[in-house]
Design a protein around this ligand. Structure first.
Ligand code: GRG
Length: 287
């Protein structure tokens, strides 16, 4: 199957499941439920759930057991975007090509919509009855992962950061949830040992490269194409790859990481093509 048809098929399955799992807009408090659905269905790429499903299938996972986990990962991601866009954080007006949630529903509802998505994600994760998986995801999005990276990102604003500080920010703020997504698919599909190690390295490299590319696109891309404001990093004096290495060296670094990510998959003899093609798609996104 081509990558495009794989992505379209999985996106449809994920969105149908999200629709089933999310509270109805008819249920009280109506504005909160409208706000949650506004953000979740604003048109994301569903990359984290797709990484989880592709890893699950790669290691031989079958059936729908991955779906609650895949949707939980998308809910966590959407909560992080909602909170990140708030005036007290990045103060952004546009996300996924639409006005940000707080612009439409107000700051209070936006905070609560993010909180509710975070809670719902863990309710869904509990369906796996797999405490190791649940605790791993909690760790990867907490102070040792996504939230810790976001805190470091805020602290670094306006300061001169080193490349190792930027690596820390990127691999925690963005990379941790991507690595957790790949590992969640692997763990639920029954991967252990070398296979899980290979998936972990793939997830780490993919996640870091993804954020480097996001930095590059922020510096060089067009808002209409990206569905969000560009040059935001420069205006907030953020610690980014292009700021330290320049655009061309940052591109080379991202490409190298993605080539290394693909090479990690050499231990698999079948079904690894989707994860390889996804890495290639990230490389193409830069050009
Ligand atoms: C806990 C508040 C809080 C934040 C955590 C992840 C994060 C830190 C903030 C989100 C803001 C941001 C721009 C992070 C970088 C990761 C990133 C590039 C997100 C966009 O991901 P895509 O491109 O988005 O997968 P879609 O819309 O396709 O889902």
């Amino acid at each position: 199957m081509s990558l495009e048809s794989y992505l379209n098929t999985k996106k449809r399955i994920i969105e149908e499941a999200l629709n089933r799992y999310l509270p109805s807009v008819k249920k009280s408090p109506v504005p909160l439920h409208q706000a949650i659905r506004y953000s979740v269905f604003a048109g994301g790429k569903r990359l984290r759930p797709i990484l989880a499903i592709a890893s699950f299938e790669l290691v031989g996972g079958k059936g729908d057991a991955i779906l609650p986990v895949a949707c939980a990962l998308e809910m966590i991601h959407t909560y992080s975007l909602i909170h990140d866009d708030l005036p007290c954080m990045d103060d952004d007006d546009l996300r996924r090509g639409k006005p940000t949630l707080h612009k439409v529903f107000g700051d209070g509802v936006a905070v609560l919509a993010g909180d509710a998505l975070h809670a719902l994600a863990f309710e869904l994760l509990s369906k796996t009855q797999n405490p190791k998986l649940i605790s791993e995801i909690a760790r990867e999005i907490g102070t040792d992962g996504m939230v810790g990276g976001q805190a470091a990102d805020l602290q670094a604003e306006g300061k001169k950061a080193s490349i190792s500080e930027v690596n820390f920010i990127h691999s925690h703020k963005t990379g941790a949830l991507m690595k957790a997504s790949v590992r969640a698919g692997g763990l639920l599909g029954g991967a252990t040992g070398k296979k899980l190690k290979a998936l972990t390295s793939y997830g780490e490299k993919f996640g870091l490269a993804f954020q480097i590319i996001d930095d590059i696109l922020d510096a060089t891309g067009r808002a209409e194409k990206l569905g969000k404001r560009t040059k935001a990093d420069e205006s907030k004096a953020k610690a980014t790859y292009p700021k330290i290495l320049g655009v061309e060296r940052s591109k080379r670094r991202a490409r190298k990481l993605l080539e290394e990510a693909k090479a990690e998959l050499k231990i698999f003899s079948d079904h690894e093509q989707i994860l390889k093609d996804l890495a290639d798609k990230m490389i193409e996104r830069m050009d």
